[in-house]
Design a protein around this ligand. Structure first.
Ligand code: H79
Length: 579
């Protein structure tokens, strides 16, 4: 940015700021500025990730075990005995389709450099294994038959290729000789083979971009090159630089040519401004491993719903076995997901996240004049309370069993459903609202949502290392990601909020951070009346998502007193609400 001269008038300054903002601004609320192909990819919402290669013979992690658990020369020779005779591309594509997955991305080449297609620019490929068959060709064709879009994962780092500067283990070794410009030419020739031989691709999914030999210029140039080959291709942010580790969001997104962010092994945060896709494993390892732990049906589906509720896609990974089959128990788990989605998929595909932000309570999506509520955790007493929205709820329908009652007042929306009717994955309540549901401003649910304490001045007896990151205001900022924290070893503490004027309070919600286990063992909530603190609620543990009604009381000052904790208490949100 150019330095601003002091003589510039405020009016001109404001104009300049507006100009600068317009260049790289996120789309205005309601507007949707993402290009057509990215929007089409986003609508698919749920895809299959496949990590596979000769390493399946060893059952160790693809790429990373080279030169670690498996000596590099042994790893590099595995393809000579790779003969997955039971590989059936239709079975894989069908498993994806039966799961309700709309696209598929396979490791055409991982960090280990092995190619699952007969590339013309290397001999290190499936055509030179005893199996010989072109896995990508068969899979792309099978996907077409099953209505699943096909995409390729391609690792930028290649610890096997002689021209790439870094080597195993994990790129931590430097090769004695290398030639990066020649490697870039190799990479471009290969990605061209992928697009021309197996395309049009739904996406090119890059990885391994964090290593030093790869630059932003190379990445953005590669992006432009691929878009010339296939104009409607989508490309992830790992084509270029600036990804924040496993969080996957892009720093300085305007400098990164990629189309979407890539949180890895975690559900991304609510974000409507930049498209994103969580990649996550069904088991623990990306590549197959015998007897790997596997996520439950509930965990799988809730992960998908929380992702969609945050406005993201889910690329859910399976690692097929060395014989070419996907483990039957994994196929079965995927089929279970598909069976649930066959009933409730309307609230997933082609929807957007919100307007209620995901949280422990569940998640919401929207489409046209519909809001889909996926309720996963009901309050211990009373209805689920959603914050007020500026649109009238015209009708509601429960699609998961039973009949929910939905009551809209100026305070918000109260939803109840008898316990016996609740779905173990998520109870689904569809609201029909007046106008476009996407235009309703997104709001958090629970302690973070529409609290009388929101953004009010707060102070505390103690702040973890006096760090601004953990100040008392973090407990009333409406953001469940941030938190007030206290020093290690703290066993009692208080947090006080000035509500500005006396207001009636009838409910308290507290969201304790339990990332390190629950710590609060005894607490009370007090209000100040005529200079004296009076207790309005006492309890033992708080935990995540605590909520309780109290006898209505009018007060300006309210405080949370932790009377006993096993270690420094830390609170994500402290909310008080009207009776
Ligand atoms: O293909 C799967 C994994 O093999 C691959 N990505 C998924 C889709 C993967 N890449 N990295 N990791 C898994 C974990 C490694 C993280 C680290 Fe780093 C690499 C830590 C330090 C270097 C990238 C850069 C993350 C933090 C800094």
């Amino acid at each position: 940015m150019r330095p601003v001269r002091l003589a510039t008038t405020p009016l001109v300054l404001a104009g300049m700021a507006a100009c600068a903002a317009a260049l790289h601004a996120a789309p205005a609320a309601g507007a949707d500025a993402v290009p057509g192909p990215v929007a089409a990819w986003r609508d698919l919402r749920f895809g299959m990730f496949i990590h596979w290669g000769p390493v399946a013979i060893k059952g160790t992690e693809i790429g990373w075990s080279r030169g670690a658990q498996v000596p590099a020369d042994v790893y590099d020779g595995l393809y000579r005995q790779f003969n997955p005779e039971q590989f059936d591309a239709d079975a894989w594509a069908k498993a994806a389709a039966d799961a309700g997955m709309k696209y598929l991305v396979i490791t055409a080449k991982h960090h280990d450099g092995f190619c699952l297609w007969p590339s013309k620019v290397t001999d290190y490929h499936i055509g030179n294994s005893p199996f010989k068959r072109d896995v990508l060709k068969e899979l792309a064709a099978a996907c077409k038959r099953h209505g699943v879009r096909f995409g390729a994962y391609y690792s930028i780092c290649d610890w096997h290729h002689p021209d790439y500067p870094l080597d195993s283990p994990g790129g931590r070794k430097q090769k004695a000789q290398s030639d990066m410009p020649r490697y870039v030419a190799y990479l471009k020739a290969q990605t061209r083979e992928l697009i021309e031989g197996y395309g049009p691709l739904v996406t090119m999914w890059f990885d391994g971009e964090w290593e030093q030999p790869w630059t932003r210029e190379m990445g953005n140039d590669l992006y432009a090159y691929l878009k010339r080959l296939q104009p409607d291709l989508t490309v992830n942010n790992r084509v270029s630089k600036g990804r924040r580790g496993m969080e996957g969001v892009t720093k300085d997104a305007h400098l990164n040519a990629g189309d979407y962010d890539t949180p890895e092994q975690r559900v991304g945060g609510f974000n409507r401004a930049r498209p994103w896709e969580t990649c996550m494993t069904l088991c623990n390892q990306w590549a197959w491993k015998p007897n790997d732990g596997m996520k439950s049906r509930e965990e799988c589906l809730r992960t998908l719903l929380r992702t969609a509720g945050g406005d993201g896609n889910l690329l859910f990974n399976v690692g097929p076995m060395p014989d070419g089959r996907i483990e039957p128990r994994q196929v079965e788990r995927l089929r279970e997901m598909g069976a649930w989605l066959a009933k409730h998929g309307e609230g997933v595909y082609g929807t957007r996240g919100g307007p209620f932000k995901p949280g422990r309570w569940g998640a919401a999506t929207c489409k046209e004049n519909k809001v889909f509520l996926f309720i996963m955790k009901w309050p211990e007493e009373g209805p689920l309370r959603l914050p007020a929205i500026p649109a009238k709820v015209l009708a509601h329908r429960t699609t998961s069993g039973g009949a929910a009652s939905v009551e809209q007042t100026s305070e918000g929306i109260a939803v109840s459903l008898p316990a016996a009717d609740r779905d173990p994955v998520a109870s689904v309540v569809e609201l029909t609202v007046e106008g476009k549901a996407f235009d309703i401003p997104p709001a958090a649910v629970g302690a973070a949502g529409a609290s009388l304490a929101a953004q009010k001045p707060a102070k505390a007896s103690n702040v973890y290392q006096n760090s601004g990151e953990f100040g008392p205001e973090k407990a009333v900022d409406g953001d469940p990601e941030t938190r007030w924290a206290t020093d290690a070893g703290t066993t009692s503490a208080w947090l006080e909020v000035d509500l500005g004027q006396p207001v009636a309070i009838g409910r308290v919600a507290i969201d304790e951070c339990v990332d390190f286990g629950p710590r609060v063992r005894r607490f009370e909530v007090q209000v100040k009346e005529e200079e004296a603190w009076k207790s309005v609620l006492t309890g033992a543990a708080i935990g995540a998502g605590f909520e309780k009604q109290i006898s209505p009381v009018t007060a300006r000052f309210v405080r949370l007193r932790v009377l006993d904790a096993s270690d420094g208490p830390t609170i994500r949100e402290f909310g008080v609400f009207k009776p």
